[in-house]
Design a protein around this ligand. Sequence first.
Ligand code: UFG
Length: 339
Amino acid sequence: MKKTVLVSGGAGFIGSHVTVELAQAGYDVVIADNFSNCDETNYKGVCAILGRQMPLVRMDFCDAAAVEALFAKYPIDAVIHFAAFKAVGESVAEPLMYYRNNLLSFVNILEAARKKGCNVLFSSSATVYGETDQLPVTEASPRQPATSPYGNTKQMCEDILRDSVKAYPGVRGIALRYFNPIGAHPSALIGELPRGVPNNLVPFITQTAVGKRECLSVFGNDYPTPDGTCLRDYIDIVDLAKAHVCAVTRMCEGRMKEDYEIFNVGTGRPLSVLELINAFERVNGVKLNWKFAPRRAGDVVAIWADPTRAEQELGWRAERSIDETVKAAWAWEKKLAGK
Ligand code: UFG
């Protein structure tokens, strides 16, 4: 029998790519989103890629009654929770908004999952590791105190999931710790749609290349790294989405070794800011206007994943090259610009 997966925040950047991969792997998917941080572009793109209208529920996961009604309406086997605020700076300015939205929505989902006895996949982040000198990081690397309310909500939701799994029979959970998701679907029908000035590197690069921004600032050139810029583990969005299919399948087929599991989702390959810019310019034949700028507060020097556990347990590994990824990111930006 086909399994049904609820994707909260399914119209967003990661949620839309995950929806496509799940549907293509044979799952029934229900998308739920309140469109507070996105428009319908990605939802329409998902339907275009899959060639059918996907079930869409407009709702806020902070509304407990709406969450309960949703779980009553659909035969949900697993839920993937993306619906959360994600801007680090904003979370520092508006901590209560972050704690209310990110924690309450997750508690409501867990209450519903508890009643139904269903699997829960939480979208966590490498941010939980903070600054570490044990590189690459494994899932056993210690978490560092969060440096922002956003990061704190990721840690707290991991803990809420762990404790719920322990207390409530029938609830199993997986937390996926993403490194730096970038790129777009090769169809250029879905991708990243940041509101306002992008915080993240790749949307800033593509918007500069397309002429929406004048110049990219590279934050810091005196870090203790080979070229002085920060190192990150940039993971292709389609690869990342496929990791969710592997994790959901593991949960739905009862193959989990423990009722709560954590996996890093990264490539295991560190790349500097300058290496990423160079790849973008080379692959796309574009000259990017960039300059060095002071370090950005809160940036860690270097972080990349040890993805061994995901490979061994989920049977997943990153497959797309950085060249394919920056090509897809550029195709998406050009499409948005109508070029
Ligand atoms: N960078 C620039 N210029 C920019 C934007 C970023 O040089 O305009 C650099 C950053 O300094 C960093 C690298 O590019 O060295 C990557 O920065 P991103 O903002 O793209 O990604 P982060 O590693 O800072 O962010 C990640 C996740 C976030 C999470 C954050 C927590 O993408 O969701 O870690 O620290 F919140």
